[in-house]
Design a protein around this ligand. Structure first.
Ligand SMILES: Cc1ncc(COP(=O)(O)O)c(C=O)c1O
Length: 389
């Protein structure tokens, strides 16, 4: 048996939608992007969204929407993908790395308050692995200080937290539909907010700043509205924009994924439940966070006692054809980010103990049992070592 780490839940529904795109012979940003945005609004329960070509682009634009003066600071958790820290840097702002909470792996509230100073303009909490950051504490505190909250929801689709859907807590929320995510389009992202004007301000910027997009001009030509107008092509560029728009090929996949999102979320929770039950009570290998079955998780992550044991575990699983992953080192550990001062002792210490195990929709019972069997075998083999200590 060979077990993949992740596997997007795609098939005939996505193919059918893609066939429609080919038949219409319009592949760029068009009607499907708008439909995807509308359906996403309904699903999430927000007033407005704009579809982009990655979660990274979503974070950049969401922060850009506020036009903060260059040199200001943004609070960012140390344990995240580097895109969270890149957003402030792209905007000429400084990321201030905040330590993480050992239990949830999300931003540590006390350290966030310690690192805050009057130059901070925003905070970007991340729901790491799908476990919610403590939004009920972060949002009111941030607003009291006059900070904007930009939520990095790359690991979240469908989770309810304290009766409110994740992705609706912050001033603006950013999603990713990249290959490994819960809802997958290959690459893609969404920016959502209950402030429609904020989202509206991004529509032209995400399309290189053009005042009139290509599809609109195509439609006008199709309807014959531009006949006799030699300037039918004319558009202005009023601001520096980026080529960040989604296209209909990706939106077609997204729409198919969104139709089955309830199944995706439910199936993942059932699978996660089986995996967690299977490793219950092990001596050395523990769930990485307090998994809550009312949420929607991105990773199945476990924690071992040290880097040495974790790395042995990875190699052991490799020899049994079970794929593993390590989501990330703390961002300040990557060479580029060493220029930003970071005092994050918890993240520095704990990241080496984590490993991600296979977890995807429609994982068979046989696959689940195969993974559990080998996790248990490794845990058992560690017993004598721990007794000697
Ligand atoms: C926490 C987090 N934020 C942002 C991103 C960026 O998303 P994308 O790959 O769609 O650009 C990722 C991607 O893995 C992520 O894990």
């Amino acid at each position: 048996m060979k077990i993949r780490l992740v596997k997007p839940y795609v098939g005939d529904d996505e193919l059918k939608n893609l066939e429609g795109v080919m038949q219409r012979a319009w592949l760029g940003r068009g009607p499907l992007c708008k439909e995807f945005e509308d359906k996403w609004n309904e699903f999430l329960g927000v007033k407005a969204s704009t579809a982009v070509n990655s979660g990274t682009a979503a974070l950049h634009l969401a922060l850009k929407a506020y036009n903060f003066p260059a040199g200001k600071k943004v609070l960012v958790p140390a344990m995240t993908f580097c895109s969270t820290a890149n957003a402030p840097i792209y905007c000429g702002l400084e990321p201030v790395f905040v330590d993480v909470d050992e239990e949830t792996l999300s931003i540590d509230i006390e350290d966030m308050k310690r690192k805050y100073d009057k130059d901070c303009v925003a905070v970007i909490p991340v729901h790491f692995g799908g476990h919610p950051a403590k939004m009920e504490e972060i949002v009111p505190w941030a607003h009291e200080q006059g900070l904007k909250v930009i939520s990095d929801c790359a690991h979240v689709v469908g989770g309810m937290y304290k009766g409110k859907r994740l992705g609706t807590w912050a001033d603006i929320s950013c999603f990713s539909f990249q290959e490994k995510k819960i809802l997958v389009t290959g690459d893609g992202g969404m920016i959502s907010s209950n402030d429609p004007e904020l989202i509206e301000s991004l529509r032209s910027i995400k399309e290189v700043g053009m005042s009139k997009d290509t599809f609109l001009r195509f439609q006008q030509q199709e309807r014959g509205e531009s006949i006799g107008d030699p300037l039918h092509w004319a558009y202005d560029v009023k601001a520096l924009g980026y080529k960040y728009n989604m296209c209909d090929v990706i939106a077609a996949i997204g729409l198919a994924q969104l139709r089955k999102v309830d199944y995706i979320v439910k199936n993942r929770i059932d699978t996660l439940n089986k995996l967690l039950k299977g490793i219950e009570g092990l001596n050395h290998i523990k769930p990485a966070m307090p998994y809550d079955m009312t949420l929607a998780y991105y990773d199945f992550m476990v924690r071992l006692s040290s880097r040495e044991v974790r790395d042995q575990f990875i190699v052991y699983l490799q020899t049994h054809n079970i794929a593993t992953g390590v989501h990330t080192m703390p961002v300040p550990h990557f060479s580029y980010y060493r220029q930003f001062k970071a005092d994050t002792p918890v993240a520095d210490r704990i990241w080496e103990q984590y490993v991600i195990l296979p977890f995807y929709v429609d994982m068979t019972d046989e696959e689940i049992e195969y993974v559990i069997k080998h996790v248990k075998e490794f845990d058992d083999a560690l017993k004598p070592v721990s007794k000697k200590r």
